[in-house]
Design a protein around this ligand. Structure first.
Ligand code: ZN
Length: 194
């Protein structure tokens, strides 16, 4: 099972792959997901992390860090997908359908992500999710956003589209909205590839 099998265009194949996707190495106390080392955290850990940051008046810094970490994870995921494409086709030019599958079918437990719009030439994308793992109970307009997920999408789409993208989360379940909505566009001023 190769490290890229987490991504599949075929949900049935995905289901079959899932049987062997996680391996518990009890002798070393490590867990691998498609050949990469991972740790298993309860989803609530993120909420706890966030609550503690708010309690210590550090949510601004915390959100920034979550975004940076998310971007790094998304970028690694994007690189894996692009290199898989290069191996399969000898090209790194992605079609709309390939990008859609890469965004929607890569399941890392972050929620069901939908690519609502994609502009390959302009390098822009609109994304929604109804069940972001980061979204806590709706607390109204002051509720926090999904900073890790936004960063993840920025990193992933930057690699897939071959340009530095940055985004905003214009609606969020934590703020009482129906879905979390992300809009990503090309950031020509971005100097740092994080
Ligand atoms: Zn959200």
């Amino acid at each position: 099972m190769s490290a890229v099998d987490r991504y599949s265009q075929d949900s049935f194949k995905r289901l079959l792959g899932a049987v062997n996707s996680v391996s518990f190495r009890d002798d070393t106390g490590e867990v691998e997901y498609f050949g990469e080392k991972v740790v298993i955290l309860r989803k609530e850990s993120f909420q706890l992390f966030r609550q503690e940051l708010i309690r210590r008046n550090a949510s601004g810094t915390g959100n920034l860090i979550l975004g940076i970490v998310g971007r790094s994870v998304g970028r690694a995921e994007g690189r894996t997908i692009v290199s898989k494409l290069a191996r399969e086709t000898g090209s790194v030019t992605l079609s709309s359908e390939y990008v859609r599958n890469a965004v929607e079918e890569t399941n890392l437990g972050y929620g069901k992500i939908l690519l609502e719009s994609l502009e390959l030439t302009a390098k822009a994308a609109g994304i929604t999710t109804e069940n972001s793992f980061e979204a806590g109970p709706a607390t109204g307009p002051e509720g926090n956003g999904c900073f890790f997920l936004l960063g993840y999408l920025e990193g992933l789409l930057s690699e897939l589209l071959g340009a530095e993208l940055r985004g905003v989360e214009s609606s969020c379940k934590s703020r009482g909205d129906q879905v979390c909505t992300f809009r990503l566009t090309r950031n020509l001023e971005s100097r740092f590839k994080i």
